[in-house]
Ligand binder design. Structure first.
Ligand SMILES: Nc1ncnc2c1ncn2[C@@H]1O[C@H](COP(=O)(O)OP(=O)(O)OP(=O)(O)O)[C@@H](O)[C@H]1O
Length: 250
């Protein structure tokens, strides 16, 4: 059963007249899909995530959630079910507590303080004073707070844009563990679509891979199969580039 469908989703580059950034992306997200979205820089991965989050418009094609076209959904109802965590987190004004509460209140959900404390502890933010101004947090602390804000909404699909890019290895591992627990302990199935450039992370946290190259979704497949036997020469080249990087920067 598919939860979200992308049907020929296409986007123009914004600085090039009528040149496609990507074209005809057709794919499904099912309730228990844990997908990593990988590909070279500038392929449009973040743009695709922002389109799915309805923060940017598409130029062609369509998206359905629960079988209903996006234009039939109010943006707020959509965002209760599909929550986006940006690579560069945007903090709401005021305290950490205000950040944790506001999103729940905006979406008509009660604020579950106990749960917020458990999530904060799980990602190593248990010691923070909730009265502290959120904009004064470090980049890595803001990334984790933004993630927890989204988890508090209990969405069906999380869209995660390189959310561990500013984190030390221990904090990165803690975030991965929290997300794995979140999907395994939830009372209803949870999906995520996670952009990462970290192959080890991709293998650890996904059961599906989407690979973007040459302006399209060139490969989709089960994680182990993709990493062991990529089908396209572009995916093989991409993976060998990553291995060279690992050798250069062990
Ligand atoms: N709204 C937009 N419309 C069209 N083009 C965009 C838009 N936003 C970004 N771009 C351009 O598209 C390209 C891809 O950007 P994007 O950040 O989506 O790629 P990415 O695959 O996520 O890259 P990276 O892995 O480096 O983060 C960039 O050249 C950017 O300038």
């Amino acid at each position: 059963m598919s939860l979200l469908q992308l049907n020929k989703v296409s986007k123009y580059k914004f600085d090039e007249e009528k040149e496609w950034l990507f074209r005809d992306i057709t794919a499904d997200i099912s309730p228990e899909d844990h997908i990593v979205l990988i590909g070279g820089s500038g392929q449009g991965k973040s743009t695709l995530l922002r389109i799915i989050a309805r923060l940017e418009r598409l130029d062609d094609g369509g998206i359905c959630l629960e079988g209903k076209a996006s234009k039939e959904w109010k943006p707020q109802s959509w965002r209760k079910k599909v929550s986006y965590v940006a690579q560069k987190p945007v903090m709401l004004t005021g305290s950490i507590k205000n950040n944790l509460r506001t999103v729940s209140l905006l979406h008509d959900r009660p604020f579950e303080e106990e749960l917020a404390r458990r999530y904060m502890e799980a990602v190593g933010l248990g010691q923070l004073d909730w009265g502290k101004n959120a904009v004064d947090l470090s980049g890595g602390e803001q990334q984790r707070l933004a993630l927890i804000r989204s988890l508090m909404l209990n969405p069906d699909i999380l869209l995660l844009d390189e959310i561990t890019s500013s984190l030390d290895p221990g904090s990165k591992h803690a975030v991965e563990q929290l997300l794995l627990e979140w999907v395994s302990e939830a009372s209803s199935p949870k999906a995520y679509l996670w952009i990462t450039h970290d192959v080890e992370q991709a293998r650890a946290i996904s059961n599906q891979v989407w690979f973007m190259a040459e302006g399209c979704l060139l490969e989709k497949g089960e994680t182990t199969a993709f990493f062991e036997h990529p089908n396209t020469k572009q995916a093989k080249q991409f993976m060998s580039g990553l291995q060279t990087e690992v050798v250069k920067h062990p």
